[in-house]
Design a protein around this ligand. Sequence first.
Ligand SMILES: [Zn+2]
Length: 226
Amino acid sequence: MKATDYTVIRSRRRSLELRLYPDSRIEVRVPLRASAREVEDFIASKSAWLQSRLKGQQQRPPQMPLQYCQGEEHLFLGQRYPLSLSRAARPTTALQQGSLCMLNPQPDNPERIAHQLDRWYRQQADGVFNQLIDRHFPFFAIRGHSRPQLRVRSMKSRWGSLSSLGYINLNLELIKTPLHSIEYVVIHELCHLEHMNHGPGFRALMSQCLPDWRDRKRELNEVLLR
Ligand SMILES: [Zn+2]
């Protein structure tokens, strides 16, 4: 692979990490002092994985921009639901009989529908994510941690993060993935209460909380959000 094919980002970190974005952009995140040779060797060691992932990306059908029109399918908790749009004075959104039913004063206006759907996703995300945090936090409370406060955010390159200021940030897009995937991300971030890295201690704690976390992680890495 040519050096021009990827971007190297140096930061205060211990390990090297390769990130492949949905637009096929490749980033290598490396410690400040990593040598060019180390970076090249790392990339070389990942090349088989990278080639297969890039091939997978190219095989996906090109994505059309969302239209927010009657019958268009949208994801919620890993399932696809067609939009059922009707006119009404007050905007309302609800899942009914396998459809995402939306009432709006202007059902033919894609911008209105997009905005209303985004609000609904955020409400759902807030409820579902908080429920999962509540379900799994007691284990961490016993270990002396305080419950982080949820912030639902739109993030480009990560599913979640835990801030030292007491926030658990979760990507809004997670609400489109299956519940067991969201649960994996929630537990991953809660484990950061105890370990701020992804070292052996972190992985042991993950296995204690969620024995099949590696399978869930793999599945989430391959999830399609459309
Ligand atoms: Zn992490």
